[in-house]
Design a protein around this ligand. Sequence first.
Ligand code: PRX
Length: 650
Amino acid sequence: MSGEIENVLQEHRRFPPAADFAAEARLSSEEAYQRMLRESLDEPELFWGRVARELPWMQPFERVLDWSKRPVAQWFVGGKLNVSVACLDRHVNSVRSGKRAIVFEGEPGDRRTLTYQELHQEVCRFANALKARGIKKGDRVAIYLPMVPEAAIAMLACARIGAAHSVVFGGFSAPALRERILDGGCTAVITADGSWRRGLVQPLKAQVDEALSSCPDVHSVFVVQRAKNEVVWSARRDVWWHDAVALVSAECEPEPMDSEDLLFLLYTSGSTGKPKGIVHTTAGYLVGTYLTSQFVFDLRDEDVYWCTADVGWVTGHSYVVYGPLSNGATVVMYEGAPNTPHFGRFWEIIERHKVTIFYTAPTAIRSFMRWGDEHPKKFDLSSLRLLGSVGEPINPEAWIWYHQIIGQGRCPIVDTWWQTETGSIMITPLPGLTTTKPGSATRPFFGVDAAIVDEHGNELGPNQGGFLVIRRPWPSMLRGIWGDMQRYVDTYWKKFEGRFYFAGDGARRDEDGYFWIVGRIDDVIKVSGHRFSTMEVESALVSHAAVVEAAVVGRPDNITGQSIVAFITLGPGFKPSSELRADIDKHVIHEIGKVARPAEIRFTEALPKTRSGKIMRRLLRDIAAGIETVGDTSTIEDYTVLAKLRAYED
Ligand code: PRX
């Protein structure tokens, strides 16, 4: 971590927004910004109340914020609305009715466009299809789909009838899907026969079948016909999407939802045990994603906006679906890999659809860099006017490449810091206003009271590294962890005795008040921006018959940010071998999915532990990264372990 701090400290380049961008931007005057910022912090109820009133309420709210049940906030108390109305009906009843809502490209090259009116109809149809199978307000529905329009349609259809969705990333395996279905108490699943990835079909339905072998409460599985691969069918349980929507009306009254009614669950990894179902509710989440989309992406009606995130992650929820659609934007969706069928696929899509706003992850940017400048250079990227980055710290080198090669020196970059838990962007440049520094997410968004504090919660001075905290509630914040409110309190609020929300990140704030996020300080690792807990991978490893003990750490990686390194001790009768390594690898893929596959598995006779039996992860991190351990090893139980770990080769 210290290496990274030094690295970003050396970054002195400054990028003020280009004059022509600023001239057209929604917000370009520091004075107007300061006024809004002051109001958002000094009179948050006035500020957020006004923003919220821009949305279509079925019943007006009585109170903007009730913080009396802290740490569970209630926003827009007493109000009723439906998120799908804000994302669809509002535009259908306006000049945007014929505007493109979703522009889709499949990996094999198929294309499909849905106007707001068409999307509205599809959502209403599918909402009726859900109802026809008995799904109702308050139920939870798992969505396990590729990046096809049906993913957005399914989410909005759930919202329309008041069922909560729980989207599970299509790269997760059957056991990971099952765990999430069971924890969320889902009674229906929406999936596809298969999805296209690097020219191959991923058999999603087969994973669902395996997952459901022990999910007795799931009574319905809706299946999108996407890849036309063969599927096993349960006549009682399974229904083709196209059959389900053929028989129903394209009109569906939206369910009036209380501001604090559940909108969705989204599972993410924490430092311990099983994934946690992050709870997001209706109005506050919508207000947060609506306003940030508008200001961070400077959205205008002419924009063609492309966020490359999968709907399986929070970025796909907030900035593919709810944020942009509530603003009536045209959203590009792409199903496949960026290097299929060629390395210029993304740039080709930008050229074809004249994408103006492009939002992606540092890990992708670093891959593009490695693949070479010749690929983007083959395509016309002149439509782009704004670039975004999300999911992990962006190293200045990647930032500069993104700025020069993709943005052609013209486009501001918004490096946005936020989390599954925060629901919407929290620290970010405002593109017409903020002078950016490569590697910094810059300043907090309106209403966000972020600070860097020490162990005791005291605010630290400029350039002192500490814990990133948020000191007051914000509308799109999580409302808890599904089924485990105590874990919510313990994870986010206990560290600073209920005073602040603790994000789990280490950061510093420079002399200009800019935030530099260093990374997680807990046992969360980010591989290609995807979040895993070391324990999650460890428990997958120890469920292999040969593995007695496992310790997983993150190792810095030039492309993926971090990669997973696993240290493993084998049980009696098992010997290290490349076959065993391959088998353990396969086992992790089966248990969690390819996304959690260790980059390296090291067999060891013992793991370094303190006298009290705690695995010394810091040592393992150093060893995995090839760094000589300089820290304190005085509590280590068995000194020989360290030497063995370093020397070990099978
Ligand atoms: O460590 C931070 C990192 O990603 C974590 C949140 O992960 P997740 O919930 O999966 O959400 C990712 C998409 C919002 C944070 O705690 N992170 C996210 N954005 C940035 C970042 N780190 C540095 N800079 C960012 N812009």
